[in-house]
Design a protein around this ligand. Sequence first.
Ligand SMILES: [Zn+2]
Length: 275
Amino acid sequence: MKKVKLITLVWCLSFLYSCNKEELVDFDGPWIKNESAQVTLYTRPADYSVSGSPNEEQIRLILQNQNNFIKVINDTLGLNYNGKVSIYLYNYDEALEKIGINGGGRALTDKQVICYAFDGKLMYYSNWKISDFMGLHEMVHIVSISQLGKGGTRLMTEGYAVAIDGSYAAYKDKDGNMIRYLITEWIDASVKANKVYSPSELLLNPDNFPEEVFYPQSGYFVNWLLNKFGSTKINQLFTSKREHFKTDFYNITGTNFNEIEEEYLNYIKHSEKLK
Ligand SMILES: [Zn+2]
């Protein structure tokens, strides 16, 4: 345990140095360290806090899933991330204070670190046919930014994460199971409510939207782009800044962005049931 604590302190100092104020994370131990393939998982010891720490079986599942997710992300995006990722899993009742969030997590991409709140609720991902505590979202940030560079727009940075995870948020079914909402379900609901926003609006004014609008709609559009043009082309747009995104889009795909968004909006409005 002493060794883990020492490593934790070193990490902590390097973060204090490299992060701005909002991004400060309290990495202080004690941590239990488990490692498998590319993922090192730090969890709290049993009885650390009232809301509970992950048990051995849960730790094994998280390590197995997160290693698989790296493969899925590499395959989907045609990348080859072969580095390590450290995951710090905070107990639910301490997470808000230590990492600033207790629903989900955050990726510190310059250090290949994910900080995440553990609430003990397994969520079912029907698109991946798995149950997991964390999902792919933060891992997509780590892999995509490490391999492609710092995202130039929120449309692409968050769009990639939501597109590959394939879901956003969760609901409780009648048996009490937590089920992830697929992005197709979000878009279906947005179409019915007549609340579909154009990719241009998402590209240029990302801060005008609440997260539950911006994330699924960006994710669905990016997923559609990846299917239509392939990852080799779309990856080149990942770092493109919004000021010249449309020009870059034309240079890389040979297609006008305004035409593409019209095609996209037509597609989602006229699809009976989105796939
Ligand atoms: Zn994100």
